[in-house]
Design a protein around this ligand. Structure first.
Ligand SMILES: Cc1ncc(COP(=O)(O)O)c(C=O)c1O
Length: 344
């Protein structure tokens, strides 16, 4: 099987498995797991933030941040295809009592400008509308095809939000992909945001885990919220050991994933009835519209599955994601199978 559904399907490397087997552990609810502590310190160092906390999932990291930045009755301004709004089970309303205020990015890139964000912010002056409590950004933007938020744009949005006393949370599930594509450091991309979450379990290849980072006081409070959500783990060093390897070793392999995604996008662009601009594929996510093929996205995915290629259908689009378990020859095979499905 060539599994292009997501970069979450990566299996731990032999080095990760060895480190997991040999991990020094303790009870992390007591703060006594040396490997978790090491991972948290190392992540904070790399991101140049005061502190970090290990969480089981990216969703828990994001929702912990939403809880801490907002009060019930407030709104969270977010791009309309943002993960926090679309794929986190309405947790922001159920757990934090806040409402998403989705905003369309007019150029279709998923990357908002300050003006687009500003148009959705409710001024505190009008007491009869829900006030904005948070601006949530995503880098890279998953459902917008892995598009990236530049350092300049992030700095601009954060500075202007801060002028209005609004905190900014950055969903950086794939911020290492964004950094590789932009030639920036993750620290520079995350610096202006009040909090950032990134996933160890996606392109970085760890089996489980994400990190939430911010000021020390914020992370101390995050530990309480993580426990409320059932995310206090015990000998989690077994997982953190793989996370440490992911953090140190995996960022350097991401450019190869991006090159594979570009190759895939260029090949797809030549197929009949398919819409994609390969120029816009800059990280490891390839999304293409199949309306013009006369076939449904789910139908195409079902036929690909029979040919040992896995992809995800989203409405009239198909998403394919590259990762370290997919080689250049796998990409060539996937293209061959897709071409054959569309020719039938
Ligand atoms: C942009 C983005 N944010 C957050 C998450 C959530 O991560 P998790 O699946 O670990 O909850 C994902 C997962 O796909 C994602 O793509």
């Amino acid at each position: 099987m060539i599994d292009l559904r997501s970069d979450t399907v990566t299996k731990p490397t032999p080095a990760m498995r060895r480190a997991m087997a040999e991990a020094e552990v303790g009870d992390d609810v007591y703060g006594e797991d040396p490997t978790v502590n090491r991972l948290q310190e190392r992540a904070a160092e790399i991101f140049e933030k005061e502190a970090a906390i290990f969480v089981p999932t990216g969703s828990m990291g994001n929702q912990t941040a939403v809880k801490l930045h907002t009060r019930p009755g407030q709104e969270v301004v977010i791009e309309e295809r943002g993960h926090i709004y679309n794929f986190e089970m309405a947790t922001m309303s159920a757990f934090s009592g806040v409402l998403a205020r989705p905003v369309k990015s007019n150029d279709g890139s998923g990357i908002l400008t300050w003006d687009e964000i500003a148009s959705a912010i409710h001024a505190k002056a009008a007491y009869y509308v829900a006030p904005t409590g948070l601006v949530a950004l995503e880098n890279s933007h998953n459902l917008a095809g892995g598009s990236v938020l530049t350092r300049d744009r992030t700095e601009d949005i954060c500075a202007r939000a801060h002028e209005k006393n609004l905190p900014v949370h950055l969903d950086g599930a794939r911020i290492f992909n964004a950094a590789a594509a932009l030639g920036e450091t993750v620290a520079d991309l995350a610096r202006p945001a009040d909090s950032v979450m990134f996933c160890l379990s996606k392109g970085l290849g760890a089996p489980v885990g994400s990190m939430l980072l911010g000021k020390r006081e914020f992370i101390d409070e995050a530990r309480v919220v993580r426990k409320m959500l059932g995310g206090g783990m015990r000998q989690a060093g077994v997982l953190a050991a793989a996370g440490l390897i992911a953090l140190e070793e995996s960022p350097k392999i991401l450019p190869a994933d991006h090159a594979h995604a570009k190759l895939l996008a260029e090949g797809i662009a030549e197929l009949p009835g398919v819409k994609i601009d390969p120029e816009k594929v800059v990280t490891n996510i390839v999304i293409f519209d199949v309306t013009g093929t006369g076939l449904s996205a789910d139908g195409i995915c079902a036929q690909l599955r029979e040919r040992n290629v896995l992809a995800s259908g989203f409405g009239s689009s198909i998403r394919m994601v590259t990762h370290y378990d997919v080689s250049r020859s796998d990409i060539e095979s996937a293209l061959r199978e897709l071409r054959s499905v569309l020719a039938n």
